[in-house]
Design a protein around this ligand. Structure first.
Ligand code: SF4
Length: 385
């Protein structure tokens, strides 16, 4: 075990643990109207931001004794909107700070991006392209700045450099129709990306309160979309994620398995052993803390094993394969998960030593997961330590 203290907080992990690394780049050339992420269109802090990112990476390298990192995810924001020199500087520090071992390295890109040769040189081996919809009218309604033609050019170019490509879609956008859904599906059929993520527009956030979603139509579209994907050979491995065999996103699977990952950058979060943190989303606060040599935490907590179990279950039920009971048992023995299945007999399945959601459970996961967490067997009534 190593136990390193920084600002009075000790991060202890086994030496053999692999980490994921998430780097948040909170800059976008324009704002999509539904966006709820921390991102800024003012690029004037770019120099300072990358300097602080690099310092934060070095801090984590020292704290965790240059740990093994086997997945890196550069997300945002729109990392491809940042001049490539900044990403070069960032990757030099990542390589020096961590023991990169057969890493999956993903970068999120806008469908106008074209720097694929440079990304390849940096070591990136997976792209995630935010198409969201294959129809220009739909894209315009939410202020996406790319067209479908941009995506076509980008995808063709990207394929010269990358094999492992994800395309993101959002269902429930204004002006979405049966026809636009059909177009989305034809894109997948024609371009055959290795991975597809499909989300439903969130309308309960502050930002999206004015966006109206036709819930019945969206549910029907989601059903069609997911079943057509499966007919095309994609395997659903998480509520919103589908891949061709062997192309799951290794980084995101770490989140759902509640494994260790370090998050750097404003608003990024991490999970190390039983500790969880979220960095400040205020840029000036983030800069200030880093300059003081402190972790820029806005939130920090240490789970009890029981809380860790709840988190592990909550995240793990998102995966189609669910959670291994033995893993939960190790965190807190003695919980009878059969009583949970009796409460949700059509939504939960307990078999082969794993607890997972049924198809119906997946369809209603948005509300179901929090209902499950409120069940007395998990809500502390059994004496949560
Ligand atoms: S590209 Fe992504 S992060 Fe940037 S404004 Fe749009 S939704 Fe938000």
């Amino acid at each position: 075990m190593i136990c390193c203290s920084r600002a009075g907080r000790c991060f202890s992990v086994s030496r053999s643990e692999d980490f994921g690394l998430y780097v948040h780049i909170p800059f976008c050339k324009n704002r999509c109207s539904y966006c709820d992420f921390v991102s800024f269109t003012d690029f004037s802090h770019l120099d300072k931001y990358f300097e602080c990112l690099c310092r934060e990476l070095v801090m984590w390298s020292k704290s965790l004794n240059k740990p093994v990192v086997d997945t890196v995810y550069i997300g945002g924001g729109t990392p491809s909107d940042v001049p490539i020199e900044y990403l070069h500087r960032l990757f030099v520090v990542i390589e020096k700070s961590f023991n990169l071992t057969n890493p999956e390295i993903t970068i999120e890109v806008n469908p106008k991006a074209m720097q694929f040769n440079e990304f390849r040189i940096l070591g990136v081996n997976r792209l995630s392209i935010g198409l969201q919809a294959a129809d220009d009218e739909v894209l315009k309604t939410v202020n996406r700045r790319h067209t479908f033609l941009d995506f076509q050019r980008t995808f063709d170019e990207a394929c010269c450099y990358f094999e492992n490509i994800n395309i993101d879609f959002i269902l429930g956008l204004p002006k979405e129709t049966d026809k636009t859904l059909e177009n989305d599906l034809r894109v997948i059929e024609n371009y055959k990306p290795k991975h597809v993520s499909v989300y439903i527009l969130e309308t309960d956030s502050e930002k999206n309160r004015n966006l109206r979603i036709d819930e019945d139509l969206t549910a029907m579209h989601h059903e069609i979309f997911t079943s057509e994907l499966q007919k095309m050979g994609y395997v659903r491995y998480e509520i919103s994620n589908f891949s061709l065999p062997a192309y799951r996103c290794r980084h995101n699977v770490k989140y759902w398995n509640n494994e260790n990952y370090i998050g750097v950058g404003a608003s990024a979060g991490g999970h190390i052993g039983l500790k969880r943190y979220v960095n400040s989303s205020n840029l000036l606060e983030y800069f200030h803390q880093i300059e003081q040599g402190e972790n820029p935490f806005e939130y920090f907590s240490e789970n009890t094993p029981y809380e860790e179990l709840r988190e592990t279950l909550f995240m793990g039920l998102r995966l189609c394969e669910g959670v291994e009971l033995e893993k939960l048992e190790k965190l807190k023995p003695g919980i009878d998960f059969r009583t949970l299945v009796e409460k949700f007999p059509t939504e939960l399945i307990l078999e082969h030593g794993r607890l997972r959601l049924s198809k119906k459970g997946m369809d209603f996961s948005h509300t179901l997961l929090s209902e499950i967490m409120h069940e007395s067997v998990l809500s502390g009534a059994t004496g949560g330590e």
